[in-house]
Design a protein around this ligand. Structure first.
Ligand SMILES: [Zn+2]
Length: 137
């Protein structure tokens, strides 16, 4: 085998291991960083799906993913000179925001800690719905 062939096979094996749903399910039970990796794994397309994988995807239909990413920010009273006593939410980055703001005006993170550009649970939920739709037929 040539080096190129070995490299290609390695890439295939790696990508196969990467999209491991049973491992991703375990990641979902873990901390928030692991849960985000799991989101990424479930968002990727596979060439084919085993019965077990289809069952896992179906178990994630509904609001299963949304429940795993609750709002994590704390609501507190503003101590600002002009906004004292007003309720604000404190982002992970430390910045405080008006309750009406869905995203932090400093870091763009939302109340669940998702940045503007990061893969969100509802996006993956959509992807899963599209994937499982094909299995129903
Ligand atoms: Zn922030």
């Amino acid at each position: 085998m040539t080096t190129l062939q070995v490299k290609r096979i390695n890439a295939i094996i790696t990508s196969f291991n990467f999209i491991d749903y049973s491992r991703a399910i375990n990641l979902l039970q873990s901390n928030v960083h692991a849960r985000r990796i799991a989101l990424k794994i479930f968002s990727l397309d596979k060439d084919w799906y085993s019965k077990e994988e289809i069952a896992i995807l179906k178990s994630l239909e509904g609001n299963a993913l949304a429940k795993l990413f609750p709002e994590i920010v704390k609501v507190e009273e503003s101590k600002g000179m002009f906004s004292s006593g007003k309720e604000v939410w404190r982002c992970e980055c430390g910045h405080t925001n008006n309750l009406d703001n869905s995203n932090c005006s400093s870091s763009t993170r939302d109340k669940r800690g998702f940045g503007k550009k990061s893969l969100k649970s509802e996006e993956v939920q959509e992807i899963i719905i599209h994937k499982t739709f094909n299995f129903h037929s």
